[in-house]
Design a protein around this ligand. Structure first.
Ligand code: NAP
Length: 248
């Protein structure tokens, strides 16, 4: 780390879990542009190879399922030392009206995001540089009051509440999270285009910056947290102001 607290990313080994699209891909592209050696992971080799091609630079694409302990162990058995770890893989299960919330679906949501983040971080610890960084991508639903998102809030809230104690316990390793609002990525492909547009337009109208976010904007927040040696234990909103308590 430089004396001014900034972390030079040129030549740093960065792993972006969930790097074949959306926020993870944008983050990998930003780190690669800074001269980092970046490894992206995902479950589909073809999608990974396409992302690596789009990004260019010093990129390795590695197929692994973040929900599978054997895959995780296999990855870290081969990865070598890691300076910065970004956890950006996603799951969408666990949302919907609480009265009808299917508990199996909620458990699927935890299995797709909460447990993978925990398992991956545990497995990464022996390989992470002592004063490197971990940045989790959570979700602003964790601390919002949006009907039908109690399940997603629980999954992401569980992750966000781990950030401060982990930052204290694992120091000098820095542990932070970026908590995005609605970001236009493939995550939303499951919503039919017309409904998605109406949803985005509606959200834009009540968001101070007047639009939904772009993956590159979340990537820049991640890059800032990873690159600033004096920030740890922080959950940083990247929501265009959508989470601000507004009123007169
Ligand atoms: N987009 C939003 O509006 C929004 C809002 C708040 C928070 N977030 C959070 O931001 C993060 C990134 O989401 P995104 O919008 O960028 O989604 P995305 O475009 O769907 O990207 C998700 C990435 O994770 C990979 N992935 C998913 N499950 C995986 C698994 N089990 N193992 C390994 N890789 C896996 C995907 O590749 P494969 O599917 O090929 O494995 C893909 O590379 C997620 O944690 C999401 O919850 C997103």
């Amino acid at each position: 780390m430089a004396e001014n607290g900034s972390t030079e990313l040129n030549g740093q080994r960065v792993v972006v879990m969930g790097g074949s699209s959306g926020v993870g891909e944008a983050t990998a592209a930003l780190f690669a542009a800074d001269g980092a050696e970046v490894t992206i992971t995902g479950r589909d080799q073809e999608r990974l190879d396409q992302a690596a091609k789009r990004i260019g630079g010093n990129i390795t694409a590695y197929r692994m399922d973040g929900a599978d302990q054997t895959d995780i162990d296999g990855f870290f058995a081969r990865s070598g030392p890691v300076d910065h770890l970004v956890l950006a893989l996603s799951g969408a299960a666990g949302s919907g009206p609480f009265a009808q919330l299917d508990l199996a679906d909620l458990a699927t949501g935890f299995n797709a995001k909460f447990w993978p983040y925990v398992r991956i971080l545990q497995a990464a610890l022996p390989l992470l540089r002592k004063d490197g960084s971990v940045t989790m991508v959570s979700a602003a639903s964790a601390h919002s009051a949006i009907p039908e998102t109690a399940g997603l809030a629980a999954i992401n809230g569980a992750l966000e509440s781990m950030v401060p104690p982990l930052a204290a316990e694992l120091a000098p390793l820095r542990v932070n999270a970026v908590s995005p609002g609605v970001i236009d990525t493939q995550w939303w492909d499951r919503v039919p285009a017309e409904r998605r547009k109406a949803l985005f337009d509606g959200l834009a109208a009540i968001t101070p910056v007047g639009r939904v976010g772009r993956p590159e904007e979340v990537a820049r927040a991640i890059r800032m947290l990873a690159g600033n040696g004096f920030i740890t234990g922080v959950v940083l909103d990247c929501t265009g102001g959508a989470t601000l308590p507004m009123g007169r």
